[in-house]
Design a protein around this ligand. Sequence first.
Ligand SMILES: [Zn+2]
Length: 323
Amino acid sequence: MKKIKYRFDPTNLQYVHVKTSVWLKLLRIFGFISASIVAGIILLSIAYSVLDSPKEKLLRREISQYKIQLELLSEKANKADKILSGLEERDDKIYREIFGAEPIDASVRNAGIGGNDKYKSIKNYNNSEEIIKLHKTLDKLNRRIYIQSKSYDELSKLAKEKNEMLVSIPAIQPVANKDLKRVASGFGYRIDPIYRTGKFHEGMDFTSPVGTDVIATGNGVVESIEMKQWGYGNNIVINHGYGYKTRYAHLSKFKVKRGQKIKRGQLIALVGNTGKSTGPHLHYEVLKNNKPVNPANYYFNDLTPEQYEAILKLSSTHNQSFD
Ligand SMILES: [Zn+2]
């Protein structure tokens, strides 16, 4: 129902019908709508600032998941760091030590991997600090793993050589001598059997009948075969590599040729009494970098510790050498 408005006119003392124009009506309607819109916007913006939209809620949940994952990844990286540190320590203190390699300097293992510029693209984000930290940890890990793998390459090469070295270095007695009864004279000052004066005996003498087998004490190559009437008499020198050579002197017969490859334990000659010798025996020398060393220290493959003690005692007796 349409409302009819009246206004009291005091001059005429009567009510008059009030007529509102269409324009005024329209203006009022427009004003009402504008006010509603403004109020709506204000209300909505308040609501949005306090409450999240569903999309925002989803994003927020995703971000918190990423944060958790980032923390977990950092923890994992730290664990890997610790494991690698253990490997590095064992590498330096045990493996490299065994194979005679110098430990790798910490400054090489932990060398830098470039400045912060590398991580420019991830700077200035909310979590960029943590992300850059993780990047740095992982980059460092990669570098250390690379260095560690190089070290293992080097060690596996050395181990191969070591195997070769262990079979090459003189390590057994040159004649069968289980009860050690053949040790006649050792390394050091002895009385010369011919000149009867003190003279340095550069090897060890094993008394044996002529024709007893003489065996190579390590893998190597026959470097020289000499037939002499004096001095060492008929003698063989084997080069074992790694700075080691052995000499077998006063032989009666050779069983190998010059340049021949020899295995430890291989028959190379027969015991004799040639050259400057006062009776059938084998004069055996071990040379390290061309200097004679005590052969008693190079029987470690076939002597027990007790036998080693015994042979040291026997060979250090200040007796007369057979030469
Ligand atoms: Zn001798």
